[in-house]
Design a protein around this ligand. Sequence first.
Ligand code: C2E
Ligand code: MG
Ligand code: MG
Length: 575
Amino acid sequence: MAKQKDDNRVDKTLQKLSLDKEAPKGVFILLVLLFVFSIFLTSSISRSDATAVIFGIPFEIKSFTGISSMLGNICLICLAMLFRKTGYITALVLLLLQFPLMCINIFIRRNYGNIPGLFNNILIILAITIIYFGNLKLQDYRNHIREQAITDRLTGLPNRFACSELIQDFLKRSERFALVSVDINDFKSINDTMGHETGDQVLKAVARRWKALANSLNTGTVDFVARSTGDEFLILISGYSTPEDVENTIACYKAALEKKFTIDDCDYYLTACFGYAICPEDSDVIDNLFTFSDAVLHESKKKGSGSRIMRFTPDVFSTEVSMEIERKIRSALSSNKIFCHLQPQYDMDHRLRGFEALARMTDDSGKSISPAEFIPVAEKTGLVDRIDMYVFEMAVKFISDVTNNKDSDITMSVNVSVRHLMKNNFIDDIRKILAKYNVAPFRIEIEITESIMIDSAEKALQRIDELKQLGLKVAIDDFGTGYSSLSYLNSFPTDMLKIDKSFIDNMSLNESSKQYVAMIISIGHTLDLKVISEGVESYEQVNILRSIGCDYIQGFVWGRPMSLEEAGKLVISRK
Ligand code: C2E
Ligand code: MG
Ligand code: MG
């Protein structure tokens, strides 16, 4: 039953891709009310013998009857134009309702003054009927275009565009799903040896088989199959309980593909590679999901022929993808296309504590690239130092600007990669920038990830000591994800723990996650640290965090990352 319901939703979402949307319901009600008002107005002014003086000219009120009845006509025409069938039927009913009274007036009471009204109504019925049938034709045409825009011509499956629309819908509803990119192995050889026509037949047969599987209840999940291009397909899987279910569902598609295909008396045996990413665990950004599932697919293809199912992990970014991103980073660094956005941090009474500076980058075409994509590559290639210092300088300059304007007490958190932290000139660079902008060190908080405590504890400890001696604050970012031991935490002279978003996400879902967050907060407080929760998206989460003693909040609920200009305004406008 549940699957049936979800299937309908998939269909509905695809139908929603229509280009023509009806006007809001409020407009419908307004038009009907305006029409009723115009009827009353027409009937009362037609009976009035009064005279109105406008610009010194006397007018009989009666002479305005035409204008008020015109208003009614316009309302009916708008109804038929904007609300298609409902509007047409409503307008028709409103017109026909007047007929009995008009007929009584004309034929029984012999009030022939109603005859023009009767003709008017007949003409309006004609007009709205023409509009209605015109609309129907237009709608057919639009449906046809819509169908073409979301359907793959060859296989009849939905296309990549339809798939991304469905993903947007999943994201809007905060629903879990997996995006699977599929590439059929050695398909080129079928095209080369048997011809493109046979190749097309094979693709159609694959599409039919997978569609039938998606429509059956056999995989145990709700699946949606689309064709991307050539021999590449996409599968969206939702309605699962664990990541193993996703893997099992993909295995069903793999098994279905590996069964013999017979086309024109020839048998074909196919295999394919499946690369997938799960939302929100791997990313909750649509572009990232496509990039990640494509990257892992590419990686699995490199391992040779045979079927393979692989899930995305950050290290699957193949050298090719990395090289392309590296090129983009270098070009962005040389053409000032790296900049930073600031995300506000608040205390529990919604007072601004400060901001976190987050790196942003656009490529040559102006398309923005997510830090989740370029920071790992920048770390691998050593470019991250330059990005970090770029962002650091912009953030320090911002603090300098706002403290010059106003006596401000805001703190600026800046991310520093482990690799950069370990460099010998790191402390010197920081000191120079602080001196250049004359900013007090205690205004700056350096965020380092928890993993540093495990990977390079000794040297990191020395660096953190140096930062503290300089007067900067230190925060442990993404806390809770790196399994660091309590003894390390105790020996690191930090000021703040940042609880990772993944824990905040689960907090309102189950009591044990809430208790886990409460425990981190209490450990932080025991060690005399402040605690900030990251990725807070709802008021429910704010209330829970308040009840368990969290100190600060950073998340979309109170502020998304914003430009320096907007952040400056926020500082000035705060209470
Ligand atoms: P992070 O330091 O943990 O930063 C927080 C990330 O969570 C940011 O993603 C922010 O936009 C996102 N976020 C904050 N609140 C919410 C929320 O309510 N909902 C959701 N869905 N997301 C939220 P962003 O900007 O994509 O940065 C990703 C990561 O990239 C950062 O994680 C950080 O590790 C790294 N990064 C960003 N800028 C820099 C930088 O200048 N240097 C270095 N080394 N790393 C950086
Ligand atoms: Mg951070
Ligand atoms: Mg974080």
